[in-house]
Design a protein around this ligand. Structure first.
Ligand SMILES: Nc1nc2c(ncn2[C@@H]2O[C@H](COP(=O)(O)OP(=O)(O)O)[C@@H](O)[C@H]2O)c(=O)[nH]1
Ligand SMILES: [Mg+2]
Length: 310
């Protein structure tokens, strides 16, 4: 394009997919790279359900990161859609970051993923994450164990949670971003809407507070989003604020009871911490209302999945 300003001619970009097994730390890494929280994270596998895109400009280089759900065997229609998100990200990416929990164990899931990545024939970085949890010696053993699975472009030990070793990673990514131009505007940061971010962070609070029993059967639907001047905007809410009403869908009545907790303590706690986080993320006052509703088998109902944009 001949009419581009001279300063734009050096501009390069790359689309980078972050892939791996559940709980490796992919979403934590995305948040660390962006320097801002965009993706929900928790100890519960399958916290991430869709692709989340975050864009960072560094000098002449624009990097678009795609966070993906952890690779696992589908048990519900929901999981099949989650794996379709992974496939789309793999197809779209110029470069792949395979995140592994270096403190974990190299198993069949990882070998299967290695095979899939090999077929793609794209550059793959192996990121050995959670290095805070292991000694230098064990880290070296892990490198030896993984290095022959694929012809990795790079092997980088990192600590996503503590931000360790991200500078060398940035330098490599900037070096390897080879596509001409910048596909995203300079102000671009994410393709997530405020509504989907709100729903994700409410769901994250549910996962973090309820643990084992409930997580995989939970979805969050934003029912109302009311700005100042609109009908039913609360009179006592600051005019820069937003009123959000969200419905938490659960798979069965037992889960609804757990979510409510005795005397409604649990849902109150979830509401308060979600409201606090949303204030930070949206950078303005937030009033949040939550409702819990049983919707049996929603994970296998395509109409529900569509409505939830999953
Ligand atoms: N100790 C330690 N924990 C981490 C690190 N990175 C992520 N985690 C934790 O691993 C869990 C899974 O992280 P998450 O980003 O949700 O994993 P994902 O499923 O791959 O997206 C969370 O509890 C994180 O806090 C790390 O560098 N060190
Ligand atoms: Mg995740």
């Amino acid at each position: 394009m001949g009419d581009q300003p001279a300063s734009d001619q050096n501009r390069r970009h790359a689309t980078i997919a972050i892939v791996g097994l559940p709980n490796a730390g992919k979403s934590t890494l995305l948040n660390a790279l962006l320097g801002q929280k965009l993706a929900a994270t928790s100890q519960i596998p399958q916290t991430t359900r869709t692709r989340v895109r975050g864009v960072v400009d560094r000098g002449d280089v624009q990097l678009a990161f795609l966070d993906t759900p952890g690779v696992h065997l589908p048990k519900h229609a929901l999981n099949e859609r989650m794996m379709a998100h992974v496939e789309q990200a793999l197809e779209e990416a110029d470069l792949l970051l395979w995140v592994v929990d270096a403190d974990g164990h190299l198993g069949t899931g990882e070998r299967a993923l290695a095979k899939r990545l090999r077929r793609l024939e794209r550059p793959v970085y192996l990121l050995l994450n959670k290095i805070d949890l292991l000694s230098k010696g064990r880290l070296l053993e892990k490198v030896a164990l993984y290095k022959d699975l694929l012809p990795f472009q790079e092997i980088v030990p990192v600590g996503a949670k503590t931000g360790v070793n991200l500078d060398p990673l940035w330098a490599l990514l900037e070096r390897d971003a080879a596509q001409p131009g910048w596909p995203y505007g300079e102000e671009a940061f994410t393709d997530q809407t405020e509504r989907s971010l709100a729903a994700e962070f409410i769901r994250e609070k549910v996962l973090r507070k309820t643990r084992e029993e409930v997580p995989h059967g939970v979805a969050v639907l934003i029912e109302r989003w009311i700005e100042t001047g609109q009908e039913n905007f609360p009179e006592d809410l600051d005019s820069t604020g937003v009123f959000i009403a969200a419905r938490i869908l659960v798979d069965r009545d037992g889960h609804r009871k757990i979510l409510l907790g005795s005397g409604g303590e649990m849902i109150k706690d979830i509401r308060q911490s979600a409201q606090r986080e949303l204030k930070k993320v949206l950078d303005r006052p937030v009033r949040l209302e939550l409702f819990v509703k049983v919707d049996e088998g929603w994970r296998d109902r395509p109409d529900r999945l569509d409505r939830l944009e999953l």
